[in-house]
Design a protein. Structure first.
Length: 69
């Protein structure tokens, strides 16, 4: 789900993870383990909203982490 708010594009968790090259489950595990900082933006239902910067941050961070996938 891609959403535009005030001219800025936001992605849902599954789409952002696909763009970053990791699974949604891996992202959630890395957040839980505090290896990746969670996103700041959420919608009215509490679902995560990812910016392009968030996706790039995850891409950069995942290369620094040895994933047990």
């Amino acid at each position: 789900m891609t959403t535009e708010i005030n001219g800025q594009m936001f992605y849902g968790t599954s789409e952002a993870c696909k763009l970053a090259g990791i699974s949604r489950f891996t992202f959630l595990r890395l957040v839980r383990e505090k290896k990746i900082v969670d996103v700041r933006h959420r919608d009215q239902n509490g679902w995560r909203l990812f910016t392009d910067q968030d996706v790039n941050r995850i891409k950069t961070r995942k290369t620094a982490i040895k994933l047990d996938v």
